[in-house]
Ligand binder design. Sequence first.
Ligand code: SAH
Length: 284
Amino acid sequence: MSAHTSLAAPTDPYQQSVATYWDTEKNPVNLRLGEVDGLYHHHYGIGPVDWSVLETPEHAREKAVIREMHRLEQAQADTLADHLGDIRPEDRLLDAGCGRGGGSFVAHQRFGCSVDGVTLSEEQAAFANGQAEKRGVSDSVRFHVRNMLDTGFTKGAFRGIWNNESTMYVDLGELFAEHSRLLQRGGRYVTITGCYNDTYGLPSREVSTINAHYICDIHSRSTYFRQLAAHRLVPITVLDLTEAAIPYWELRARSSLATGIEETFLAAYKGGSFQYLLIAADRV
Ligand code: SAH
């Protein structure tokens, strides 16, 4: 199939609204960070901040802060790739909800294998395919406008699948049914996601505000494990990245790229209602 094949995406008005959001999205926090080295990520970041960037002389400060935020989002993409397991050049990976493709290029660089990315957004797929051309890897890294709940790819085609901040746009039962179909036995699934904390109770005001801001539906921690277990996906690693996620938001809140949602994320994490998790699971 051609790289631009549209297959049943989007399938309902909600998904159409997600596609429109990403088709028209030109947020500096998503574009200027990618311009640093051509790896465009639309997720957050993890790890300690080098706060000395805020002491950079005024004329160079914004650039230094952007580089630092990009370093943290790159660290998140690398951490995810660390958990994909033993991937060989002949294997195939799926980047589910791929955005502008940064994570797919990270995985291709690391493993030398082919990667397919799927997004609901025509703009994102076209942009990411352009990046693949630029990097000379369009034979092995391809982006498609497809619904990750119904990709049309062959059963068992993939050794690994990941979702980096894209599970909150879908029903997890439907998503993991499709992942389970697409993964080989022994294949690996990895997600990095925000989830609400069952020990807090139902979604807090902050979690609800994040849902309204991004038009998404953050799931509970328990929903992840229930739906993984129901779809032959057996967790092997669970990392609570909540503490590691906070410095990124503190830096972003003090940067020129703040979008207004920063204090909500910080209050959600610090108040215990919201958690940032990496979950890796094997398909059995
Ligand atoms: N994983 C990327 C992008 C995260 S942004 C990154 O780390 O940079 C969320 C992405 O999920 C967007 O690209 C959006 O199009 C995609 N998405 C949401 N619902 C989807 C669905 N049903 N099928 C495919 N992609 C979806």
